[in-house]
Design a protein around this ligand. Sequence first.
Ligand SMILES: CC(C)(COP(=O)(O)OP(=O)(O)OC[C@H]1O[C@@H](n2cnc3c(N)ncnc32)[C@H](O)[C@@H]1OP(=O)(O)O)[C@@H](O)C(=O)NCCC(=O)NCCS
Length: 155
Amino acid sequence: MIQLEPATGDQLPELLVLDAEASAWPWPKTALSRHLAKQQLWSAFEGSALVGFVVAQSVLDETSLLHLVVGRSHQGRGIGARLLALWLKRLCAAGQQRCLLEVRASNAPALRLYRKLGFTEIGRRPGYYPAESGTETAIVMALVLTQPGADLYRP
Ligand SMILES: CC(C)(COP(=O)(O)OP(=O)(O)OC[C@H]1O[C@@H](n2cnc3c(N)ncnc32)[C@H](O)[C@@H]1OP(=O)(O)O)[C@@H](O)C(=O)NCCC(=O)NCCS
């Protein structure tokens, strides 16, 4: 079972390691610290193991998913799907109307995960991300949380 809790300062070193190991483009400490201080960071636990995290920011009734990480050694076991489903369920319960995100066009695992959870592409931003050589397109995706009859993904 996955549990999501607001991240605490003492977890920051572990969160940075998870991101560095999992992401091709990990976030700097300053960025994670800033979102931690604003209570926009949630840690995901499987038992006592810190296995991932979510960074998100809400404005009125819309929430942007800014970063989602599952530790490299925990990937491919459905943790990303379960943690995202749990987090979306909470957003919905909190009255949020829509979740938005941007993802690198080359990030196949993340795209597959987001589509599986019901996100659909609503736009593209060419040249949005820095890349190994030049830049990379961002795919903008959205999920309406309160559509009548909406059936959020259940793992
Ligand atoms: C994206 C990420 C969170 C997925 O976490 P995960 O726990 O491995 O995901 P799950 O095991 O729940 O798998 C979810 C879907 O992604 C797919 N997937 C997982 N790893 C994959 C890979 N290497 N290649 C292609 N698809 C992959 C799975 O097949 C699954 O779809 P399916 O059930 O239809 O087969 C994880 O890969 C990660 O942390 N990546 C680095 C950070 C990142 O890029 N975050 C997204 C930023 S927008």
